[in-house]
Design a protein around this ligand. Structure first.
Ligand code: SF4
Length: 326
């Protein structure tokens, strides 16, 4: 697509195990448009973070990219060597990890870590340029630059996470991949960070892929939502549409599992059971053992990915409603 910054096609990732390989990502495809905010949601163990790491080409054994392609601005990332990938990371796309305390180097100041990242990409940058840009990005994320020479442990959890996002902005990349960046924060800090991320995205125009297990977190922030279950995308479409009118039973289950602040009080209902062992996924539809709408056919027939106009759904209930996109 002409305005796609990222094109993911039939991406597959396997984890080597003692027995059969576990397919953690199974033929995932989507386009991410310039300046778009895409959230990837699902329970733990559904392949969301593995998908993100596969896109960034950051997988390490036993995980292995076993099929498909990821095109960034039209260039296949799958074909690139480590040196070429290093040149792209930070400058053209960056990654914000789950826990800033682990991702940031505890024995280096924020200033030193920003300097290392900038020098690795542009050796000509002067000390003054680096200091100026470092202060700029801290201000962008709402941190007083007085903290630039602090060490990670001297900052609060929310500030560390913001400092990570500031680092991701050093070169004004077109794309930022975020892996549960708010999971270690309390609800107030989560909300404040999400508001800041959205404000920066609208102001600077970068695209985001945002992984989270908390669907409610992204309801007001993402443009599009991809719901993952057992390594597959089970439903994808505009966030508002999926929240207002979910089609896939798994999306419905996730939505029923958190409280709404609007409307009448309703009893919360979780999804029974847990995601499957991906080295031995259930036959037919992977969700059938937990699905309240399953029929006998669901255990035998793997559903296609049916196009219902603005959204696609992987569920046999919609087999007659849209063309199978595979
Ligand atoms: Fe449920 Fe069957 Fe649809 Fe799978 S295909 S989500 S088991 S109704």
């Amino acid at each position: 697509m002409a305005d796609a910054v990222l094109e993911v096609r039939d991406l597959c990732v396997d984890y080597a195990t003692r027995s059969a390989p576990a397919r953690a990502v199974e033929r995932v495809s989507f386009d991410l448009h310039r300046g778009e905010f895409m959230a990837i949601v699902g329970e733990s163990g559904c392949g969301k973070s593995t998908l993100l790491f596969a896109i960034a080409r950051l997988l390490t054994p036993p995980a292995e990219l076993t099929g498909g392609d990821v095109r960034f601005n039209g260039t296949s990332m799958v074909q690139l060597g480590e040196k070429q990938l290093r040149a792209l990371r930070w400058r053209d796309f960056s990654v914000v990890m789950q826990s800033a305390m682990n991702a940031l180097n505890p024995v280096k100041s924020i200033a030193a870590q920003y300097r290392d990242a900038m020098k690795a990409h542009d050796k000509r940058l002067s000390k003054a340029d680096i200091e100026e840009r470092s202060r700029e990005v801290l201000l962008l994320v709402g941190i007083d630059p007085v903290h630039l020479h602090s060490y990670p442990h001297q900052l609060s959890g929310g500030m560390r996470q913001r400092a990570m996002i500031a680092m991701a902005l050093l070169f004004s990349p077109e794309l930022i991949l975020m892996d549960e960046p708010t999971s270690a924060l309390d609800v107030v800090a989560q909300r404040s960070l999400m508001t800041k991320v959205k404000e920066l995205q609208e102001r600077l125009g970068f695209a985001i892929v945002f992984v989270t297990h908390d669907m409610s977190l992204v309801s007001n922030f993402s443009d599009r939502l991809a719901v993952m279950y057992a390594g597959q995308v089970s439903e994808i479409g505009p966030t508002e549409l999926l929240f207002a009118d979910p089609k896939h039973p798994y999306t419905k289950g996730l939505l029923d599992a958190f409280p709404s602040i609007y409307g009448e009080r309703v009893e919360l209902a979780g999804i029974p059971g847990s995601p499957p062992d991906l080295s031995e996924p259930p036959s037919g539809c992977h969700f059938h053992p937990r699905c309240s709408e399953a029929s006998e056919r669901c255990a035998r027939v793997a559903p296609g990915f049916y196009d219902l106009g603005e959204r696609q759904v992987r569920c046999l209930l919609y087999v007659d409603e849209g063309a199978d996109r595979g």
